[in-house]
Design a protein around this ligand. Structure first.
Ligand code: ATP
Ligand code: LTN
Length: 346
């Protein structure tokens, strides 16, 4: 084999790219874990993964600065404690890579007011924060599109609530490519089969969300006693039958989804097994599954959060690598839209 062939043989195969992010806007919930995080871990083998801490998205809702800063490092620790390996996957803060905001500006000019006004998350968040309906909340999906498109992402693993945002990202990318040629890879969504939407424990018609009151969600870092208490108080219904029927029995169906998503068996099998045993048993089973899934993560989180220097090192180093990749796309886009060339100063 000649030298050229030898090099070709050892050159690592380029894997498809994954990008996803979570906002450091509150304590992560079981919904974030089941709908997003735990899938991110398994995808690391087949993909080059980029997992961002999207702090710029978080400030679309007013945040306490000290808490936001603390939560960013905590989120890095949770990513790693869940099994994301910072030596293989990029873990960094969105605000440390300025290309995100720069591309978002350009993409704003390729996005229509009409399409943004149709976003259900915008409608829900502007109803929830009627005193602060800011332009960032409105253009939130454009920044998200920039996040994804900067890395020529192939696949975006998210919960089902983000489907509409992915659609608009694809539309913006196709519109841009239609004008300037193939600049962006068109990404696909990756939505888990079970657990794509874990519901609130108190209002099971609503998604479990980290910005809602404490008793409505299980936090990833909740101790077993809190998990037991919250599931015990979870809203069910009065007919006593263990059956999967999200429309008519949202509370019971939610507990079944949680059990099944956490490896407690197929939903039908769980229903058959617990038939006639009452909601107490169903809640016990859900509690056991949640504690077993989250327990290993707690110890690792405590170890990591005690070592702030290490966490800072991870996000610093990975932000540099991310910026290198992101700037390649950004420069191409800037050139395409006609921004002046950057002269190399001698
Ligand atoms: P917020 O309540 O502050 O808007 P959130 O809890 O919805 O936040 P995000 O940071 O917006 O969390 O979402 C991070 C990831 O978690 C996304 O992929 C989202 O789809 C997923 N996710 C959030 N909540 C759930 C849920 N209840 N069930 C399944 N997946 C979820
Ligand atoms: N909007 C997402 C968080 C997010 C995201 C992204 C997810 C911001 N940028 C890029 C996937 C890809 C949410 O979950 N609320």
């Amino acid at each position: 084999m000649d030298q050229e062939n030898t090099q070709a043989a050892v050159k690592p195969e380029k894997k498809p790219i994954i990008f996803s992010g979570i906002q450091p806007s509150g304590t992560l919930t079981l919904g974030n874990y089941i709908g997003a995080l735990r899938n991110w871990v398994t995808l690391q083998d087949q993909y080059d993964c980029i997992y961002c801490i999207v702090d710029e998205h978080a400030i679309t809702v007013r945040q306490n600065p000290a808490e936001l800063r603390r939560r960013c490092l905590e989120l890095a620790a949770i990513y790693i404690a869940s099994g994301i390996d910072p030596a293989r996957s990029l873990i960094y803060c969105q605000s440390h890579v300025s290309a995100h905001a720069e591309l978002a500006w350009i993409l704003n000019c390729f996005t229509y007011m009409g399409e943004l006004s149709r976003m259900t998350q915008f409608k829900a968040k502007s109803a929830a924060h009627a005193d602060n309906i800011n332009a960032g909340l409105f253009t939130y999906p454009v920044l998200m599109a920039a996040d994804i498109l900067l890395y020529q992402t192939n696949l975006v693993p998210v919960g089902v609530d983000q489907k509409q945002h992915l659609e608009i990202c694809r539309d913006i990318a196709m519109r841009f490519n239609g004008v300037y040629g193939d600049v962006f890879t068109i990404p696909e969504g990756y939505i888990p089969k079970t657990g794509a939407k874990i519901m609130s424990l108190q209002e099971p018609q609503k998604k479990m969300s980290k910005s809602d009151p404490e008793e409505t969600y299980i936090a990833i870092l909740d101790e077993p006693d809190a998990i037991r208490r919250k599931i015990k108080r979870a809203v069910t219904d009065s007919d006593g039958e263990i059956r999967f029927d999200p429309e008519n029995k949202p509370g019971v169906s939610n507990l079944l989804s949680i059990i099944s998503a956490l490896g407690g068996g197929e939903i039908n099998a769980v229903c058959a097994e617990l038939q006639g045993q009452g909601y107490g048993k169903l809640k016990e089973r859900a509690t056991d599954c949640v504690i077993a899934a989250l327990d290993p993560l707690h110890a690792e989180f405590k170890r990591l959060i005690a070592d702030k220097g290490y966490l800072q090192g991870v996000i610093d180093e990975n932000a540099e690598k991310a910026a290198y990749l992101a700037n390649k796309t950004l420069r191409k886009v800037q050139k395409k839209v006609g921004f002046a060339a950057r002269g190399e100063r001698k």
